[in-house]
Design a protein around this ligand. Structure first.
Ligand code: URA
Length: 436
């Protein structure tokens, strides 16, 4: 088999065999196939798509590019969650300690920023000392000791996704159902959890712009998971505007901490409680969603979830004092307040444009090898539907310098649309799929 023939076959719209897919994916993971051929193949997949059989073969080839974790020794069902990617999506930072506080271990492989969307690993790394590249032994030992582990793919765990994900980020091949489904589900299957809650984002700041494609992606991922014996629920949630108010790595960690302290933006709190409730029910910590929600609200109010957060951060080498003093997180040297240019109802707050602005400030990558700046981002002050007086602060830009802050301020203003009459904000959750 030759890589160039496999690229040509997909370029011409022909389905690949499982052997061809495994040859290509595993060859790339080992370093036998170079980036330029993998980039061409990704673009062919992006443009031509894949059949369901090909997507399942791709997922399993990625799973088998590394080891598969066996979590059965933990003696409790392990529930995982994964978002398909959004702007301001710091859900994992809140949900992992929340779910652990009601008795369920969380062992999770996350991703880095992808395109305009942020990544949990980049967010976690803004905590001084925090390590996300763990060996398999460390991964298991950490969840055993603290009840929570969130780590990256490694040379041992789904290395194919680690490499393909980074390449997709810089080759405009992110927004593809076969590539997203295989990326998410390979990590979930290799991660060893018995139950998975998928948070499938829909809208301007998501890779699925409309509800129909989000449903298609959700159902496909559910079928892949169920095919290998996992219980899977999918939450279809809005991403037309950012989730919460903070966009940018350290800013988002601070907002997640505020939420774990019982405050935080209303939408973020509600979203986290909805996802965590599904996880609690799937993991058997509650009989139904209302019972789960009550226990989770109690874990927030009592400080039990915040305590779990401290233990998790310390368990991965991070400084747990950030939970009590978020000023220990990296701070941007330059801040610029963006005032509302007019009076009116905020009718749109384009999540994609806000995400791209954060990337421009340095919160994401333009090339694979770029380092991110954990300090920078956008702290929004308002959400869609709010009536805002002229001159009222709309956002605060956190930047490395004045020039980038000024540029970001213009882009934030361009991301807003205004209306004279009241406007309805989009719903937070469109649907929850509990069976396919
Ligand atoms: N999250 C992932 O892990 N992979 C994707 O492709 C998109 C979101």
């Amino acid at each position: 088999m030759r890589a160039v023939e496999i690229i040509a076959k997909k370029r011409d719209g022909l389905p690949l065999t499982p052997e061809e897919i495994a040859f290509f994916v595993q060859g790339y993971a080992r370093g036998d196939i170079p980036d330029y051929q993998a980039a061409a193949w990704l673009m062919a997949v992006y443009l031509r798509g894949m059949t369901e059989e090909e997507i399942i073969a791709l997922t399993m080839a990625m799973v088998h590019s590394g080891e598969v974790i066996d979590l059965s020794a933990l003696g409790a069902p392990v529930v995982d969650k994964h978002s398909t990617g959004g702007v301001g999506d710091k859900t994992t930072l809140v949900v992992a300690p929340l779910v652990a506080a009601v008795g369920l271990p969380v062992a999770k492989m996350s991703g880095r920023g992808l395109g305009f969307s942020g990544g949990t690993l980049d967010k976690l790394e803004s905590i001084p000392g925090m390590r996300v590249s763990l060996s398999l032994e460390e991964f298991l030992e950490t969840v055993r000791r603290t009840g929570i582990v969130v780590a990256s793919q490694t040379a041992h765990l789904v290395p194919a996704d680690g490499k393909l994900y980074a390449l997709r980020d810089v080759t405009a091949t992110v927004e593809s159902i076969p590539l997203i489904a295989s990326s998410v589900m390979s990590k979930k299957i290799a991660g060893g959890a018995s139950a998975i809650v998928l948070d499938v984002k829909v809208g301007r700041g998501a890779f699925m712009a409309d509800l129909a494609s989000a449903r298609e992606l959700a159902r496909l991922m559910m079928r892949i998971g169920q095919g290998v014996g996992r219980r899977v629920v999918a939450v279809l949630s809005d991403m037309n505007q950012p989730l919460g108010l903070a966009v940018g790595n350290a800013l988002e960690v601070a907002e997640a901490i505020e939420t774990l302290r019982g405050g935080g933006p209303h939408d973020l709190r509600e979203h986290c409680l909805a996802v965590a409730s599904e996880m609690a029910v799937l993991g058997g910590a509650a009989n139904d969603v209302p019972e789960a929600r009550q226990a989770l609200e109690q874990a927030l109010a009592s400080g039990a979830a915040l305590e779990r957060f401290r233990a998790w951060i310390a368990g991965q080498g991070g400084d747990p004092r950030v939970a009590d003093d978020p000023t220990l997180l990296p701070q941007a040297p330059y801040r610029l307040v963006v005032p509302a240019p007019r009076e009116g109802y905020l009718a749109a707050l384009d999540a994609q444009e806000i995400g791209l602005t954060a990337v421009m400030l340095g919160a994401g990558r333009a090339r694979k090898e770029d380092a991110i700046d954990p300090r920078v981002g956008i702290a929004l002050m308002h959400k869609m539907g709010e009536d805002i007086p002229r001159g009222e602060p709309l956002a605060v830009i956190h930047a490395a310098d004045e020039a980038s802050a000024q540029m970001a301020a213009q882009r934030v203003l361009a991301a807003c649309q205004w209306a004279e009459a009241p406007v309805q904000a989009p719903p937070l959750i469109y649907d929850i799929l509990r069976g396919v």
